[in-house]
Write a protein that binds this ligand. Structure first.
Ligand code: NAD
Ligand code: UDP
Length: 312
């Protein structure tokens, strides 16, 4: 049995990862400061003797004994990461230094939840791991994008300097149950708006694209990357290459939810990337991983989750 630390384990992706790791027979220590996480996401695990929850902020050192670390702690939605940008940078950078220091002391393997945001508003399409990105260093999204870029730098410095066993996953837009209804990300926004009979807020002309990965596929990819051979450090794109415009997404949600909602066009946020699609050749060849859940099926599950949560 393996003792595994999941930082950000009460969040959206983290809670699904904790589920899978416990179900696979591991001992899981979940660490979270509940900034964007929710106790509801992990309540069902609390009675399990193989699961433990600790309230802790990763910007402070942590002394525990574990064999693997999944470092997911960091707000991921633009609404929340821009609420306290200094704390976002601290979480990405100080949090990584603390977790890398812990991994070094206990000789644990450590996986970083990086992001497609390291590519910024890309000139290369689809994005492959060799592309260095086009990121504004001083804009409202920079606290997240540059924080995550610096975290990647730290991971590779610990690897070069200390031969630490690192894994860096560049996660593309992921969705599914346990997203916060108010976190402002597009999938949760559209579904919640449609369920409440409100207008779906499409930013800009709705022609910008994203590629959406269902959370079960993503968690499978993260676990496979963690278990991969030592030389397989990444950075590795994990995401679903099927690409949609935001208007197409809005139409899919309207079709699934039914009801009376219409589409309302709103201003495009600053530095909003025009297009995003992962090149997952590396994950396909090194992990034999690829997403399996089609957008319509994943959206159906997510709609059912929000229907129950909001009781509508
Ligand atoms: P989330 O906001 O639901 O989860 C993040 C969790 O980290 C929350 O539970 C939050 O309370 C916790 N947290 C934040 N700051 C912390 C701190 N200082 N100390 C301890 N805990 C802290 O977001 P998510 O979508 O589950 O994302 C998880 C990780 O995956 C994040 O690192 C995010 O950057 C990365 N990621 C997510 C996506 C996506 O589409 N969901 C895409 C790319 C990368
Ligand atoms: N978006 C939108 N309506 C919303 C929320 C977001 O049209 O209510 C757009 C947003 O401008 C972006 C895309 O959806 O182009 C994805 O936004 P999200 O915040 O989910 O993720 P990110 O921009 O970080 O990829």
């Amino acid at each position: 049995m393996n003792k595994i630390l999941v930082t950000g384990g009460a969040g959206f992706i983290g809670s699904h990862l904790c589920n899978r790791l416990v179900a696979a027979g591991n001992d899981v220590l979940c660490v979270d400061n509940y900034f964007t996480g929710d106790k509801r996401n992990i309540t069902h695990l609390l009675a399990n003797p193989h699961f433990e929850m600790m309230r802790h902020d990763v910007t402070f050192p942590l002394y525990v004994e574990v064999g693997q670390i999944y470092n997911l702690a960091c707000p991921a939605s633009p609404v929340f990461y821009q609420q306290d940008p200094v704390q976002t940078v601290k979480t990405a950078v100080h949090g990584s230094i603390n977790m890398l220091g812990l991994a070094k002391r206990v000789k644990a393997r450590i996986l970083q939840a990086s992001t497609s945001e390291v590519y910024g508003d890309p000139e290369v399409h689809p994005q492959h791991e060799d592309y260095w990105g086009r990121v504004n260093p001083i804009g409202p999204r920079s606290c997240y994008d540059e924080g995550k870029r610096c975290a990647e730098t730290l991971f590779f410095d610990y690897w070069r300097q200390y031969r630490l066993l690192i894994k860096v996953a560049r996660i593309f837009n992921t969705y599914g149950p346990h997203m916060q209804p108010n976190d402002g990300r597009v999938v949760s926004n559209f579904i919640v708006q449609a369920l409440r009979g409100q207008a779906l807020t499409v930013y800009g002309d709705g022609q910008q694209t994203r590629s959406f990965c269902y959370v079960d596929d993503l968690v499978e990819g993260l676990m496979q990357l963690m278990e991969s051979p030592a030389e397989c450090t990444g950075p590795m794109n994990l995401g679903n290459p099927s690409e949609f415009t935001m208007l197409e997404l809005a139409e899919q949600v309207l079709k699934l939810v039914g009801g009376v909602s219409r589409i309302e066009f709103c201003p495009l946020p600053t530095d909003d990337p025009r297009q995003r699609q992962p090149d997952i050749t590396l994950a396909r060849t090194q992990l034999n991983w690829q997403p399996r859940v089609a957008l319509e099926d994943g959206l159906r599950e997510t709609v059912a989750y929000f229907r129950q949560l909001l009781r509508v």
